[in-house]
Design a protein. Structure first.
Length: 100
């Protein structure tokens, strides 16, 4: 748990300013940053590139057409409500790909 908090503290400022290791996007909340970063990582693991995310289908969309499922609890009503719990879930989801 301490490792997760430490990692979030280190990378959250860059997410909030819209920075990513792949590209610059406007990010309005931490959850979008985690989606972007985790999306890039998950698509890279499939030898593809990140395109977008679809909350209605609850997936990350990769260029090769293969979608990576997002945690179900973040995809309520097709909207991203960035609560503390949702942000934690997404940060853990993104960190899972960083460890692989």
């Amino acid at each position: 748990m301490q490792l997760v908090v430490f990692a979030v503290v280190l990378i959250l400022p860059s997410f909030l300013s819209g920075e990513s290791y792949r590209t610059i996007h406007e990010i309005s909340n931490p959850c979008e940053g985690y989606l972007l970063e985790g999306g890039h990582l998950s698509c890279n693991m499939q030898d593809s590139t990140y395109v977008d995310y679809d909350l209605k289908r609850c997936t990350v969309i990769c260029k090769n057409g293969i979608g990576q499922k997002l945690p179900e609890e973040i995809c309520r009503n097709g909207k991203l409500d960035c609560t503390t719990d949702v942000a934690r879930t997404l940060s853990e989801w993104a960190l899972k790909y960083m460890r692989k």
